[in-house]
Write a protein that binds this ligand. Structure first.
Ligand code: UD1
Ligand code: MG
Length: 454
């Protein structure tokens, strides 16, 4: 028998007032990804039949961030229950096929959830005899902002009371609503049709379905899940706390996979950073989104990498900046104060000091001298610099792109290169040195006299 499937609905239409932001809350980033993407990625291994996201009016950016997941619009936002209701049109035809057992409701602002945790919730609902609802409970250090779980004598969930509506004895309950709920797909919308908005916020609360189900004699179960996964992000301070939890996980993952982090607490990863084996990361390194690092790479202190691909055996930093499209092939060395953007450095190439290499292609074995700059932008367009294999670029060379340099060419120090250089040529593009014997002493004497006379 194949396992029944589930549909996931992620709520993201709330205004997120407490963030004090003009950006929708779920687009605020954690470990380089918008918050809501973490929820989508946590669902992925569980292979939901549908994952859809409820967005608010004007939240096209949220729809873009979650694509290809379908979205529906809730306008105006009138509570979490109303939000799930707005998913009905999209979901109902899919549910009618009868192969979806549960709808799991998640919040876009609960980004620390792991797949195992969602799995545990589903299993709890389906455990025979199946319950109508399973809700994730947790015990946060500060329960004050959360809905509280009121249990009956048998430990089953009787109702959920929101923080604002809680009587003092209810507010004293430590077991809180983590916001994810698995509901029997045949019952969900019928239960939602019956919730009211008789509460402090005049909203239709999703949590209201628990009391209604119980009144119908149905069961609601609580699954207590890890607190560090269920914290909701409503403020900037909570955003920072969630970031800290995620960073700890990512550091641990990097070390488990065979990387050495000398001072893990000073290294910041993106959720999608991929490190090979025997990578050493020195203190104070930042990985933005889409960085891939091969085996035996050294990333020295104070380097900043985003959208870069670092090949096996490469060495980067200290104080290096890798921007999107930086491709370092095997054994490339990039040293201090070097910025690389949309540039490939072929195997064994070196740029060890003080350079900007943008929109270029640099052949294997080529040595880029200190202070080399690609002048890639004329104020309107970007132009490419192409340098062949085993070339030698003297210190303080400027390449006025578009320009290309043949294999094995040798560029003299201080050159401003404006036209193509053939393979194996020596190119000198600077004014000749002129020495005028005795002229410094004469000049000094003249200036001294001028000062006396003035
Ligand atoms: C909610 C729960 C609370 C729980 C807490 C866990 C309700 C009524 N309350 O409170 O019991 O302890 O989460 O973090 O469910 N949203 C919409 N449309 C709306 C309102 C909200 O899509 O009309 C979305 C928000 O974008 C957010 C999520 O639902 O992603 C939760 O809304 P939020 O306002 O943060 O609810 P909390 O007050 O945190
Ligand atoms: Mg919240």
């Amino acid at each position: 028998m194949t396992e029944p499937r589930f549909a996931a609905v992620i709520l993201a239409a709330g205004e997120g007032t407490r963030m004090r932001s003009s950006r929708p809350k779920v687009l605020h980033e954690l470990a380089g990804w918008p918050m809501v993407r973490h929820v989508i990625e946590a669902l992925r291994p569980l292979d939901p039949a549908v994952t859809m996201v409820v967005v608010g009016e004007g939240m096209d950016a949220v729809a873009e961030a979650v694509a290809p997941a379908p979205t529906c619009m809730q306008s105006p936002p009138r509570g979490t229950g109303d939000a799930v209701r707005s998913a009905r049109q999209t979901l109902a035809p899919r549910l009618e096929k009868g192969d979806i057992a549960d709808v799991v409701v998640l919040f876009g602002d609960t980004p620390l959830l792991r797949a195992e945790t969602i799995r545990a919730l589903l299993d709890a609902r389906r455990r025979a005899p199946a319950a109508a609802i399973a809700a994730a409970g947790f015990r946060p250090t500060d329960p004050s902002p959360y809905g509280r779980f009121v249990l009956d004598r048998d430990g089953a969930l009787e109702r959920i009371v929101e923080a604002r509506d809680a009587k003092p004895e209810e507010a004293a309950i430590g077991l809180c609503n983590g916001g994810i709920m698995a509901v029997d797909s045949r019952l969900l919308f019928a239960l939602l049709d019956r919730i009211g908005n008789d509460n402090a916020k005049r909203e239709y609360y999703l949590t209201g379905i628990v009391g209604i189900a119980r009144a119908d004699g149905l069961t609601a179960r609580v699954v207590e899940l890890p607190a560090d996964e269920l914290v909701g992000v409503n403020t900037r301070a909570e955003l920072a706390q969630a970031e800290a939890v995620l960073q700890d996980r990512l550091r641990k993952r990097a070390m488990d996979n065979g990387a050495t982090l000398i001072a893990p607490e000073t290294v910041f990863f993106s959720a999608d950073t991929r490190l090979g084996r025997d990578v050493v990361v020195e203190p104070n390194v930042f990985f933005g989104p889409e960085v891939t690092v091969g085996d035996n790479v050294q990333i020295l202190g104070f380097s900043h990498l985003t959208g870069a691909n670092i090949g096996d055996g490469a060495r980067v930093g200290p104080f290096a900046r890798m921007r999107p499209g930086a491709i370092l092939e095997q054994d490339v060395h990039v040293g201090n104060f070097v910025e690389i953007k949309a540039t490939r450095l072929g195997a064994g190439a070196k740029a060890n000091h003080l350079s900007y290499l943008g929109d270029s292609d640099i052949g294997g074995g080529t040595n880029i001298g200190a202070g080399t700059i690609t002048c890639n932008y004329d104020g309107f367009n970007k132009h490419r610099t192409v340098i062949g294999n085993n070339a030698f670029i003297g210190t303080n060379t400027a390449f006025v792109a578009p320009v290309s340099i043949g294999d094995g060419a040798y560029i003299a120090t201080g050159s401003v290169i404006t036209s193509d250089v053939p393979a194996d040529a020596l190119s000198i593009a600077r004014a000749r040195q002129v020495d005028k014997p005795g002229r410094a002493a004469e000049l000094r004497e003249r200036l001294k006299q001028q000062r006396k006379n003035s």
